[in-house]
Design a protein around this ligand. Structure first.
Ligand code: AGP
Length: 613
């Protein structure tokens, strides 16, 4: 989603703002812009409908020399991606403003401002905010008071960065539902949507809370809370190395992140398990008193995180014997539900900022849940700060919009949750638990082996570049993995792909299967093997092209499957197959996208951190 960077410094800031925007590119955007106050105290602005590098090119021909300014990457919501709709927006050459989120009452405000004589040059909701600040400034004559008065009128979830030519060394930031951090420097201060934008400048960050307004100056800043009281917020030191946010030897972040999965899982497990059991306090000290009371688990998430939640339902019910419900956040928020007794509310989110999931968490906190737990990859994110209990997945920074290493660590965390609930629910069986944990520890090594199949998967990919459709199938815990494989394919290769439980094919989707339809199947050995093989026969009988991931390769040497394409998989405990079988599906989507020449790390229309509803 949109990215904001703002700076007040003694040194020239245009380059810093552009660097910041580059670091925010991963969030997804379609246009970019920058506004500054130059040495002559004039407001100068440059905008492009396109990438940050185009803005950078434009800046090289029209340099902006300034010590303060704001910059923005826009992910279109109201109005097409165009220069006219790109931020920053300006009012009367005096105020410039950037915005992330949605101003819901913009139509009413626009009418009011039109009546006051303001002219609108864009189709955006944002332009109302800058004119509204100007309007209040003409009434009140004070910058901070004008921003406050405008914010009181704005409805929605958003973050703002704004400056005025009357105050050439101040930038005001507002957080109301969308993330905004302060980056503290030496005689310079910054704001940004994400600390990553500022990591090359500072490691000291303050996460603003909802309704906070920060008045940022060169040597100091002051935060005000909802009541307008000056408040102090905790400073966090982030020690993320810059190499974590560089592509290194890889062509794409997504490939780097796929290859990092063995170490991501190892890091997620580190210090959290012994040889035979999960350490009791890994979900926080309060979990030890809460978990034994849990009679139901409610899992809430969006997209890939939702698929992780779907896998967890199988685990929690089979290992801990606790009933579990799973729902996408945007549905959970808007329906009347019958709440289960003593239910633990669990949100899953890579970013910890997804608007729908965050809203569901806030709703749950007002309901009758036993407690709330978030499983998240971003320390300091809003969900991590607001949930009662938290678990950091430690996958490391994930830049590719298509989630990969964050997903496998979410799965790892959820398996630990199922095992912990099992221990607390007196369901533990030492022999079974020991075996599961041993295999969990071996998982990074097994993933490494699967990653070695990269070339073979790249060969498979060649057959997909001309395809319009693909079907992914799996049974049990591998059904959500089929959904995830299909989502990855859709997101980055733009091929229409669907995931189904293998047994559902004959209830409809089989009508789509003909000689041009690739069907990607996950077929591990185990109790469902025979049933899965029958489903594959149904596909073959209609001429469908089979692509099979299996540890039962011997079965596919027979005539019945002579024309199936096979990737051999290592054998492992059936409960762990969803983690392992995800890897080739990520690689397949990746290679198809590379061959098709799509923007792998920033696929069209998508954003990494979805901070609007
Ligand atoms: C993943 O590949 C997607 N980009 C998307 O579905 C994502 O998982 C979803 O938006 C939820 O994000 P979160 O995990 O940060 O909450």
């Amino acid at each position: 989603m949109c990215g904001i960077v703002g700076a007040v410094a003694k040194r020239p800031i245009a380059g810093l703002l552009i660097d910041g925007l580059k670091k925010l590119e991963y969030r997804g955007y379609d246009s970019a812009g920058i506004a500054v106050i130059d040495a002559q105290h004039q407001l100068k602005r440059l905008r492009v409908a396109g990438k940050v590098r185009e803005l950078e090119n434009a800046l090289s021909t029209q340099p902006l020399y300034a010590h303060m300014g704001i910059a923005h990457t826009r992910w279109a919501t109201h109005g097409v991606p165009s220069e006219q709709n790109a931020h920053p927006f300006i009012s009367h050459d005096k105020f410039a403003l950037v915005h992330n989120g949605i101003i819901e009452n913009h139509s009413i405000l626009r009418e009011k401002l039109l009546r006051e004589g303001y002219q609108f040059l864009s189709e955006t909701d944002t332009e109302t905010a800058v004119h509204l600040i100007h309007y209040h400034y003409t009434q009140m004559g004070d910058f901070l008071s004008a921003v406050r008065a405008a914010v009181n009128e704005l409805e929605g979830a958003y973050a703002l960065g704004v400056f005025s030519t009357d105050y050439p060394d101040r930038v005001i930031g507002v957080r109301q539902g969308a993330p905004l951090v302060i980056g503290k420097g030496q005689n310079e201060n910054f704001i940004a949507s994400d600390p990553l934008a500022l990591l090359s400048i500072t490691q000291q960050f303050i996460y603003l809370e909802d309704y906070d307004i920060v008045d940022l100056g060169l040597h100091a800043f002051q935060i005000y809370d909802r009541q307008g009281q000056a408040v102090n917020r905790e400073t966090h030191t982030l020690s993320v190395g810059l190499d974590a946010i560089e592509r290194g030897e890889y062509r794409h972040f997504m490939k780097k992140e796929i290859m990092e999965q063995p170490e991501a899982i190892a890091s997620c497990l580190e210090g959290r398990i012994t040889k035979s059991h999960v350490l009791p306090a890994i979900f926080g000290p309060k979990a030890e008193t809460i978990f034994p009371q849990v009679e139901h688990v409610q899992l809430i998430a969006c997209g890939t995180s939702y698929h992780a939640a779907m896998v967890a339902r199988y685990w929690i019910e089979s290992l801990a014997r606790i009933p579990c419900s799973v729902e996408v956040a945007s549905e959970f928020r808007y329906r009347e539900m019958a709440q289960s007794k003593n239910s633990l509310f669990v949100t899953l989110s890579q970013s910890g900022e997804t608007a729908d999931t965050l809203a569901a968490l806030r709703l749950a906190k007002k309901m009758d849940y036993l407690s709330s737990l978030v499983i998240c990859n971003v320390p300091g994110s809003t969900m991590m700060r607001e949930a009662d209990l938290h678990f950091l997945t430690r996958a490391g920074v994930e830049i590719g919009v298509a989630s990969t290493k964050a997903f496998v660590t979410q799965l790892t965390a959820l398996l630990l949750l199922a095992l912990t609930l099992r221990q607390q629910n007196k369901q533990a069986d030492e022999k079974i638990d020991r075996e599961l944990i041993e295999q969990l520890q071996n998982l990074p090594g097994l993933i490494q082996k699967v990653l070695q199949q990269d070339e073979m998967i790249a060969n498979w990919a060649k057959a997909f570049t001309e395809k319009q459709h693909a079907i992914f199938i799996g049974r049990g815990t591998l059904y959500p993995i089929a959904l995830e494989g299909a989502l990855k394919m859709k997101e980055i290769s733009y091929i229409h792909a669907e995931g189904y439980p293998s047994g559902e094919l004959k209830h409809g989707p089989l009508a789509l299967v003909d000689t041009s339809m690739p069907v990607i199947a996950t077929v591990p050995g185990g109790t469902l093997l025979e049933k899965s093989l029958s489903n594959l026969q149904e596909v073959r009988a209609r001429g469908g092209k089979l692509y099979v991931l299996t540890d039962q390769t011997h079965l596919f040497h027979q005539d019945a499957f002579a024309d199936a394409h096979i990737i051999p998989m290592p054998s492992l405990h059936p409960l762990l197959t969803p983690i392992l079988y995800t890897i080739p599906l990520q690689l397949l989507a990746y290679h198809v996208a590379v061959l098709k020449g799509t923007d792998v790390d920033q696929p069209r229309n998508l954003a990494k951190s979805v901070t609007v509803e």
